[in-house]
Design a protein around this ligand. Structure first.
Ligand code: HEC
Ligand code: HEC
Length: 264
């Protein structure tokens, strides 16, 4: 089943990338394999037995969140929509960079947060849903998956590629009108002119970037600076770091000026 979904998504991606560029599929490979970043353990090293089962369950929830954690999801996104390559890609808040830094203090809620708290926050705001209870199987599985992904990483260290980047302040105020042009030229093919995304066989192939089925106004990406940093390093998909900083700021201002669910 995972196989089939990935296959369908792959096909759509190949189509879209083919239209966008004349480049080869190889360019769709993730750049985090290079030695600059921590290498998480390969997929096929997840052990058999109860621990491995929990890790695999976490991965399924991460990539097919609606299907495997549906009571807690209120939109068409998955965890992977923002934490790319199943939570592995540098600068899209990879799980290997996150696990080793928790518990940690967050200004957002002025207290020390466990990883469980942090994940529940993403359910509430980024997934516009109901956070699963901290002791639920859903949270246990996601924590196990994060733990496994950070195997071998130094605890307590801010690894290169963790989190998302903070772009320098823009030269001119981010402008949604310029951003709309960037969006039409570089993003709409996959995310739709109206930000609605694209589905294939009832499953999200390209996630909505605004509107009722996207993240809500409490989400990290609702901050223009956070969104600009995400876009700069990760979008257009597989072409990270191809927009200028100003283009990233402008298109972020455009996307965040569009309607989306209120902060709960
Ligand atoms: C709409 C985008 C989006 C979605 C969907 C999303 N997240 Fe996040 N997540 C973020 C952002 C933005 C951050 C903050 C990253 C930063 O500030 O460096 C974050 C942070 C995190 C962190 C902490 C990372 C760190 O380095 O401190 C974890 C763990 C996490 N998310 C897990 C999840 C899980 C699990 C799901 C699915 C249930 C999910 N996220 C869904 C955007 C998203
Ligand atoms: C080739 C197709 C493609 C293009 C072009 C593209 N994206 Fe994406 N984008 C994706 C996919 C696919 C994901 C989710 C990643 C996943 O599920 O693996 C995504 C995720 C996102 C997200 C986080 C999830 C959400 O729905 O909010 C944002 C924001 C985003 N893209 C913005 C942009 C912007 C801005 C551009 C143009 C500069 C762009 N994208 C261009 C395919 C694309």
């Amino acid at each position: 089943m995972i196989q089939r979904t990935l296959f369908q998504k792959g096909l759509l991606l190949i189509l879209a990338l083919g239209l966008l560029t004349s480049g080869s599929i190889a360019s769709a490979e993730s750049p985090e394999g290079t030695s600059r970043f921590f290498s998480p353990p390969p997929e096929d090293s997840i052990p058999s037995g109860p621990f491995g089962d929990l890790v695999r369950k976490g991965e399924r929830i991460f990539t097919q969140t609606r299907k495997y954690a549906h009571p807690y999801v209120g939109n068409d996104l998955t965890c992977e929509s923002c934490h790319l390559n199943r939570g592995r890609k540098a600068y899209s808040a990879p799980l290997w960079g996150a696990y080793v830094l928790y518990p940690r203090y967050r200004k957002k809620n002025h207290r020390v947060n466990t990883l469980e708290d942090r994940i529940r926050g993403c359910f509430r705001f980024s997934m516009n849903g109901m956070p699963p209870p901290s002791d639920s199987e859903t949270i246990k599985a996601l924590v196990a998956y994060s733990f496994w992904m950070s195997r071998g990483a130094p605890v307590g260290e801010k690894l290169t590629g963790r989190g998302m980047i903070n772009l320098e302040s823009p030269k001119r105020t981010p402008d949604p009108f310029s951003g709309k042009k960037v969006y039409a030229a570089r993003c709409a093919l996959c995310h739709g002119l109206h930000g609605q995304g694209r589905k294939s066989h009832g499953e999200t192939a390209f996630p909505p970037v605004w509107g009722a089925r996207s993240f809500n106004q409490g989400a990290g990406l609702f901050k223009v600076s956070k969104l600009a940093g995400f876009i700069k390093m990760n979008m257009p998909l597989s072409k990270g770091d191809s927009l200028t900083d100003q283009e990233a700021w402008d298109v972020a201002a455009y996307i965040d000026s569009q309607p989306r669910p209120k902060k709960p």
